[in-house]
Design a protein around this ligand. Structure first.
Ligand SMILES: NC(=O)c1ccc[n+]([C@@H]2O[C@H](COP(=O)([O-])OP(=O)(O)OC[C@H]3O[C@@H](n4cnc5c(N)ncnc54)[C@H](O)[C@@H]3O)[C@@H](O)[C@H]2O)c1
Length: 414
């Protein structure tokens, strides 16, 4: 249920394992594309997807009554934040209500959407038990965090260990048995709350470490120290250190969002999640810092930012993917537009974006670079011709160290 970055690859893995799989989504256009055998997720190749759809073993529908015929259901719907940084549980609630209307004896329900500890037992369970069926006996309920890393060629849905925790021991056993049919490694834990917290620990760990290294970058900038060289040298320590890299800010549907599910919930227990708030503040300030860097670099070249042509390289939130959700590039572009700059962009994965009420189309790399007063590398996609970027630009602000190894007066690094 929910055929996005998480649901589609999962449906494919279970179909490949020989199961009859039905994907359910509320978007008719997505369902139609699915049923034509056209993958809209880059990590799922049409060569794998199409034959499964054509075999009739994998299909999609917007008709929720199909739940009445299913043995298992995985909820993979969005869990965004509201503007106030509170969890928006409306998708999970809608999905659960749809299941509750069709819950039947023997059904195994898995929640995979990232969420705060307690969601499965406090929010999902009562809705399903309202049917009169008992969990652990009549139906089974688990939480299993999705850990997929879009664009990662080595670790994908099938070989990322799957943590699963049930409401009861029987639920955990049922959930583990289910995932073992299609995935390489299953890690059972004692409860849904442990499983929910595992995901939040992982993503909070990343968010805070990125916050720390971004603060290091701000300090190094003032002290005129190359933060990238510092990290590379520190990473030679064979124990007790793990490198994280600074950048223009956090993006995607996970790292900037998930930790706030935890800080929101921890307030209920009287604990203020200070590390999360602090890292959130520092990471959230990075787009402004990048814009300051651009202004400073243009100033050195005696050009005011107002009226300058600025070409952004990469608008996806990370390298080699097409996802622009929460991308810091969008913040940087908007800030530059507000300052009166004329902004263009190139991204091989993203054809167009909307900013400040305007539709911007991705430009051809070299012509975009040639016509700009300043080029800003926001996403370090691999396979871009960085040598040409350096050759044809007059000024470059590199927020990702994509030009490591290039030496030129016109390169300004984060
Ligand atoms: N994208 C990632 O890399 C990633 C990684 C790990 C965990 N997650 C988590 O997984 C969950 C899903 O994320 P995603 O990136 O796949 O989102 P997505 O936006 O790509 O896909 C979600 C899908 O759910 C559908 N949907 C919404 N409401 C629905 C409903 N009531 N019934 C059926 N379908 C519905 C949407 O139309 C959409 O197709 C989120 O909680 C996210 O935090 C995402």
């Amino acid at each position: 249920m929910g055929l996005g970055y998480v649901g589609l690859p999962l449906a494919v893995e279970f179909s490949r394992a020989g199961f009859d799989v039905v994907g359910i989504d509320v978007q008719q256009s997505k369902v139609d594309q699915f049923n034509r055998g056209e993958s809209y997720i880059k990590d799922v190749k049409d060569s794998v997807f199409k034959p499964l759809v054509e075999s009739g073993k994998l299909r999609a529908t917007t008709d929720f009554s199909v739940i009445g015929e299913l043995d298992t259901i995985d909820i993979c719907v969005p869990t965004p934040l509201r503007k106030t940084k509170d969890p928006d549980m409306s998708y999970v609630v809608a999905a659960t209500d749809a299941i509750a209307a069709h819950v039947h004896p023997g059904l195994l329900v898995m929640l995979e959407s990232t969420t705060y500890p307690g969601t499965t037992d406090e929010l999902v369970l009562p809705k399903l038990e309202a049917s009169g069926l008992r969990v652990g006996q009549d139906f089974f309920l688990c939480f299993s965090p999705e850990r997929v890393d879009p664009g990662n060629a080595k670790y994908q849905t099938s070989n990322i260990p799957k943590v699963v925790g049930g409401i009861t021991q029987a639920c955990t056993e049922m959930g583990a048995l289910f995932y073992k049919q299609a995935l390489e490694t299953v890690v059972p834990v004692s409860s849904t709350r442990v499983a929910e917290m595992v995901k939040l620990l992982e993503n909070t760990f990343r968010m805070i470490n990125i916050g720390l290294v971004n603060e290091m970058a701000l300090m190094c900038d003032r002290m005129n120290i190359d933060v990238w060289e510092v990290i590379d040298a520190a990473a030679t320590k064979p124990f007790g250190f793990m490198p994280f890299y600074p950048g223009p800010g956090l993006g995607g549907h996970c790292i900037p969002i998930d930790p706030f599910y935890l800080s929101w919930k921890s307030k209920e227990s009287g604990i203020e999640a200070r590390f999360i708030e602090l890292a959130g503040y520092i990471n959230g300030r990075m787009p402004e810092f990048v814009v300051e860097k651009i202004q400073y670099a243009l100033n050195e070249a005696s050009k005011p930012v107002r009226g300058s042509r600025i070409h952004v390289l990469g608008v996806a939130y990370k390298r080699d993917i097409e996802d622009v959700r929460e991308s810091p590039a969008l913040d940087i572009i908007l800030l530059l537009q507000h300052l009166g700059a004329v902004v263009t962009f190139s991204d091989p994965f993203v054809p167009r974006i909307r900013s400040n009420g305007e539709m911007l189309e991705s430009k051809e790399l070299v012509s975009g670079v040639k016509s700009a007063d300043c080029v800003v590398i926001v996403t370090d996609h691999t396979g871009l011709d960085y040598a040409s970027v350096v050759e044809h630009s007059t000024l470059i602000v590199d927020t990702r160290n994509a030009l490591k190894g290039f030496r030129s007066e016109k390169i300004v690094r984060l």
